[in-house]
Ligand binder design. Structure first.
Ligand code: GLY
Length: 372
């Protein structure tokens, strides 16, 4: 039997555990009960996740004497908006939830970001826990306390750092995830190897297929190692003043690609991250920072997972180089309009490069197939 792993996030008074393993939803009551003052929760979930796991989760809490009210929202990124936030906040108020109660985010990144942000401002802040149900949310968004909504001006622009009290990453729920969603989460897993752990990356080269097929020992190691890396980085740099920015490897290129492709089904976030990481490594190789061999290894691991790595594999072709550079300059991770990228000296050795030369970037993008 596969035991659960517990990864502590060392944030002093706001420290919490990320538990990774099978059947955690069924045993959620015993883990949540110690966090509750009154035995009352509001579980925020979306219709799809609610249909699959909502009742089982509610029963697990009720068995531990915890009362559950479900707040079911529409699935999809459009819910992560001011309107979505107002709706959820109003429903929490109508339930009369107090500060001693607990909000649970049961779902993927959209549910986690919205529920977490609502928790950060509801009655000036209420505890919440994350029960992420996608691989992407398990290895990235549920850990580290970033919460946010989108506005018409961009994604995740309004939000807060609000750490959860507990994260339960139940690996069984991934069995119902479509292969494309698994691959999207896997892109973030690969990112951890690329940015800071060459040994983990080499392990993924051998065992990536088993992770994608949901084999429990491989999945446990992949999620556990990813979460441990994120926990270590967040504990050192909670508010992204320095090292946490390394988690943005592939995201500046990726974000520009997402803007060009309309942030939707055509190119999902994880796919953009895969292409973005491959581009960041090839750009690093071109700048003489890392070897061409390392850039090729990065590409091969994504390709094996059917993830895109090149502009000509994307649903929009002939992207304009000026538009791409402009998106990268305006990326919220850039400071003062300077081109800021996470680049690499080798697999497992990423660093933040500020004020990257625009001419070199343009020449690189044109060689990659962007149109001048
Ligand atoms: N997703 C990047 C971070 O949490 O910092």
């Amino acid at each position: 039997m596969n035991a659960a792993l517990t990864v502590p996030v060392g944030l002093g008074a706001r420290a919490y555990d990320v538990v990774v393993g099978p059947r955690l939803i069924d045993r959620a009551g015993e883990r949540c009960a110690p966090l509750l003052k009154r035995g009352r929760t509001a579980v925020i979930t979306d219709r799809n996740v609610g249909d699959h796991h909502g009742e089982r989760f509610a029963v697990a809490l009720e068995k531990a004497g915890i009362s559950v009210d479900m707040i079911v929202i529409e699935p999809g990124e459009q819910t992560k908006s001011f309107e979505g936030l107002a709706d959820v906040s109003d429903r929490l108020l109508a339930l009369g939830l107090d500060r001693g109660d607990l909000i649970v985010a049961l779902g993927g990144g959209v549910v986690g970001d919205l529920a977490g942000f609502a928790a950060s401002i509801y009655k000036r802040g209420i505890d919440f826990i994350q029960v992420p149900t996608t691989l992407l949310a398990q290895v990235d968004s549920s850990v580290g306390g970033k919460t946010a909504i989108d506005t018409p001006r961009g994604k995740n622009l309004i939000g807060a750092f609000h750490q959860p009290r507990l994260v339960l990453a139940d690996l069984d729920v991934l069995a119902t995830l479509p292969a494309r969603e698994m691959a999207c989460g896997y892109a973030e897993v690969v990112k951890y190897g690329l940015l800071g752990d060459a040994e983990f990356f080499a392990w993924l080269e051998k065992h990536g297929a088993a992770v994608l097929e949901g084999e429990l020992p491989a999945l446990t190691h992949a999620v556990g190692r990813s979460v441990a890396m994120k926990a270590e980085i967040v504990a050192e740099d909670e508010k992204e003043q320095g090292r946490r920015a390394l988690l943005n490897l592939g995201h500046t290129f990726g974000h520009a690609l997402e803007i060009e492709t309309g942030f939707g089904e055509a190119l999902k976030h994880g796919e953009a991250v895969a292409a973005g990481c491959a581009l960041a490594f090839r750009f690093s190789a071109r700048l003489g920072l890392c070897s061409a061999e390392d850039a090729a290894r990065a590409e091969t691991v994504f390709t094996a997972a059917h993830l895109p790595t090149r502009l000509d594999q994307l649903p929009v072709t002939g992207m304009n180089v000026d538009a791409l550079v402009d998106h990268m300059r305006q990326d919220k991770k850039a400071e003062g309009g300077k081109l800021t990228f996470v680049l690499a000296r080798a697999i497992g050795d990423a660093f933040t490069a500020k004020d990257v030369d625009a001419a070199a970037l343009r020449a690189f993008l044109i060689d990659e197939g962007a149109v001048g």
